[in-house]
Write a protein that binds this ligand. Structure first.
Ligand code: CTP
Length: 403
């Protein structure tokens, strides 16, 4: 279950070679539980067919010929009134111009005029067209009118030229759709700082001490917060994970850098969710030169790394907006006792205690076994579930505390 499940999305497809990517987009949205109604322009039909979309969405795909059928006079109004979002991907320069000037000469542009909900446009056009003054004016007009934009990206075009005008990849467009659907969520107007991943404590210029954290739980939390309408700063150790669309990413290496970035971001934040597995120990004397084997096995002296949540607890007086702080506890034994002690010492609103002794929970897997422990003493074990679901529950609790 994500913000996409249960939504009703109109997908307008226009005449661009990138129209084939819209089939992937329709498929992703359908798989995530959206009801997807596709509207093809005659230009789009030259590249892809209604059958392509019907096959992935399981629903009739509409073309201009449907405008002149028996239900013609209500089709566009019905679609435009019922849907949560109209996504036009790919959107050509021509359709962009029609939208900017209120022209309505096909099913898609008529529906856009009749649309009650939000409109999200993902432009696709060959090099130079997006930067043309006419297109720039049209984009400005549409932005001023509250139309949302996804891209375009830069890169190689179908013509072989490079420039701005590439359709974003379907996965990124899905991220923009989530942002659009979440705009009025429970965390609209709130700023959340989420931390993710492990940390790297340097030994010398090429070696470091790290841990097994994948960042999956933190990234899922950032996405859940975006889905709920929050502005999100994701402070993360670099990972291979796809950054959630809309999050401001701050990459950090070691615990000290995590501390600096978190304190900085929390100046303006309403809540901090600290999912990162930050180092507890760091190397006392980091070698400026690479340690050489010929010099023998080094004896590394460790010292305490800064405790980020501990420092935040000490700085609460100066972090005026920060109302809610959530921690995680990775425990292999005495889960509740150990986590409750951390909750108290780090002055948290609640802590998500994570049983890492189970092979299906904790580092690198997609599932978690979490018990929520609150400052008022409540202990709430969550059923075994995916990290995405854990994230949604934690973000719901944060929203309730911020209310
Ligand atoms: N944490 C932190 N700074 C650190 C280490 C941990 O802010 N240097 C945060 C983690 O992000 C987590 C919480 O503290 O939200 C608990 O982390 P955990 O590693 O479970 O506990 P520690 O306090 O480090 O204690 P221990 O490792 O001894 O269990």
């Amino acid at each position: 279950m994500t913000i996409i499940s249960g939504s009703h999305i109109l997908l307008g497809v226009t005449g661009s070679i990138a129209a084939y990517k819209a089939a992937d987009l329709a498929s992703r949205l359908t798989q995530q539980g959206a009801m997807v109604d596709v509207l093809l322009t005659t230009g789009a039909e030259k590249f892809v067919t209604p059958l392509t979309f019907q096959s992935v969405s399981g629903r009739k795909a509409y073309c201009d010929v449907d405008l002149w059928g028996g239900e013609a006079h209500i089709l566009h109004v019905g679609l435009g009134h019922k849907a949560d979002l109209l996504v036009i991907a790919p959107c050509t320069a021509n359709t962009l111009a029609k939208l900017a000037h209120g022209q309505a000469d096909n099913l898609l542009t008529i529906t856009a005029l009749a649309m009650n909900g939000l409109i999200l446009v993902a432009p696709a056009m060959d090099a130079g067209m997006y930067e043309h003054p006419a297109t720039c004016d049209n984009v400005r007009i549409l932005r001023e009118r509250g139309i949302l934009f996804a891209g375009p990206g830069e890169g190689r075009m179908a013509s072989g030229l490079t420039g701005k005008g590439r359709l974003l990849e379907p996965q990124e467009i899905v991220g923009h759709i989530r942002l659009a659907l979440g705009r009025t969520g429970a965390l609209a107007g709130k700023h959340l700082v989420v931390t993710a991943g492990g940390s790297q404590e340097p030994i010398d210029p090429v070696r470091f001490i790290s841990n097994r954290s994948s960042g999956k739980q933190g990234y899922a939390l950032a996405q859940a917060a975006l889905d709920a309408g929050a502005r999100v700063t994701l402070v993360t150790h670099p990972t291979a994970l796809q950054a959630p669309v809309g999050a401001r990413l701050v990459h950090v290496g070691n615990a000290q850098a995590m501390l600096d970035a978190v304190l900085d971001a929390c100046q303006q934040a309403d809540a901090l969710v600290m999912a990162a597995a930050v180092a507890d120990f760091c190397v006392k004397h980091v070698s400026p030169q690479k340690l050489k084997k010929r010099d023998g096995i080094p004896a590394l002296e460790l010292t305490a790394a800064p405790d980020v949540l501990g420092s935040v607890a000490q700085s609460r007086g100066s972090l005026k907006n920060l109302k809610v702080v959530v921690g995680f506890a990775a425990e292999s034994r005495d889960l509740v006792e150990n986590a409750a002690a951390k909750l108290a010492s780090k002055k948290l609103n609640f802590i998500a205690a994570n049983d890492i002794s189970a092979s299906d929970a904790g580092f690198a897997v997609d599932t978690n076994r979490i018990t929520l422990i609150y400052a008022d003493g409540r202990v709430v074990p969550l059923p075994f579930m995916g990290k995405d679901e854990v994230a949604q529950i934690i973000i719901e609790r944060v929203a309730a505390l911020l209310e």
